[in-house]
Design a protein around this ligand. Structure first.
Ligand code: AMP
Ligand code: FES
Ligand code: ZN
Length: 300
């Protein structure tokens, strides 16, 4: 097979685009996609102070590298979740990349900072690992960005993540979530940071190709608690559909964003946002869910 653009030997075949690319032309394709997403969705500019949240996985490592190479004003933020070897390896990898590239990095070690790890918090509060983990991440993404006076929080969510979330929300008709699912989550409050997903049109496989071509190290293991998670089942199901019908994932997400999403806007709750009595972060309740969770932990 030969590269669609230059005719050299192809290295990667993208069935959904009916195209094959050599490494060099693939990187140009990747570049165009990310640039277009940032521009079209008005995500950010060179004047913005970006906080890129990096897990150490291929998607966030690819985007961190890409933003640095483009010269954006970016600082990475990694949360050490205290999930055994998985967190230890992820943190080391992210710290190594930051050293090699002299790239700014903030590490938040939740054990050191708050005295719990995700496993201890989940066990003691009898909640699922993924739900407490999601809550802690969302809270810290905003808090660290606010404390550091960053304008935008950038995440590594890719097409597979977004299509799986959409499938999950559709299966149970979560109309409120469907109303809000988008590549850009605007700030609805002065203390709530804008969140953006520049990789929402690129698949996991394309991000893998980006890190392999560029020789970027990444954590190639899934979180031990993700086994059996619905999100993984949805991704596998979408992969089977994609296999039979290339382009399914992309069409599912893109047509929802273009045609479907608007019909759910009436279900967007008019949330009254105010500041948590305890920590000052934005919440819909008197005390935010993070502070309530910590309180439950202390009572145990
Ligand atoms: P996930 O929720 O694990 O699918 O991750 C979605 C995105 O959240 C990733 O692409 C990263 O940008 C970010 N992220 C996940 N885990 C961490 C972490 N431990 N520290 C910082 N950012 C993270
Ligand atoms: Fe959060 Fe696995 S990464 S529970
Ligand atoms: Zn709070």
């Amino acid at each position: 097979m030969y590269c669609r653009r230059c005719g050299e030997k192809a290295e990667i075949h993208l069935r959904r685009h009916r195209a094959a690319f050599c490494s060099k032309c693939f990187l140009e394709y990747y570049d165009r996609q990310v640039n277009r997403n940032i521009r079209k969705e008005k995500m950010f500019g060179f004047e913005d102070r970006l906080m890129m949240v990096v897990s150490g996985g291929k998607d966030s490592m690819a985007l961190w590298d890409w933003l640095l190479k483009k010269g954006y004003n970016v600082t990475a933020m990694h949360i050490d979740l205290g999930i055994g070897e998985y967190s230890k390896d992820s943190r080391e990898l992210v710290e190594q990349f930051s050293q090699d590239w002299k790239a700014e990095l903030i590490v938040v070690d939740i054990k050191q900072e708050y005295g719990f790890t995700i496993p201890s918090l989940a066990r003691k509060t009898r909640r699922s690992f993924c739900s407490v983990c999601g809550l802690v991440k969302r809270y810290l993404f905003n808090k660290v960005a606010l404390d550091g006076e960053f304008n935008v929080v950038v995440t590594g969510h890719n097409l597979d993540d977004e299509a799986a979330t959409l499938l999950g929300n559709t299966l149970s008709w979560q109309v409120g979530y469907l109303a809000r699912q988008a590549p850009v989550l605007p700030s609805d409050h002065p203390k709530l940071k804008k969140k953006v997903k520049p990789l929402f049109t690129l698949t996991e496989r394309e991000n893998l190709a980006y890190v392999l071509i560029n020789g970027i190290e990444f954590i190639n293991e899934d979180c031990p608690y993700s086994k059996g998670a619905n999100s993984i089942l949805y991704k596998e199901t979408l992969n089977r559909l994609e296999e039979a019908n290339p382009g399914t994932k992309q069409r599912f997400l893109a047509t929802f964003l273009r045609k479907g999403r608007k019909y759910f806007q009436a279900y967007k709750e008019d949330l009254k946002l105010h500041e948590c009595e305890n920590c000052g972060q934005v919440t819909t309740a008197e005390v935010c869910s993070f502070c309530r969770l910590l309180k439950r932990l202390q009572q145990k």
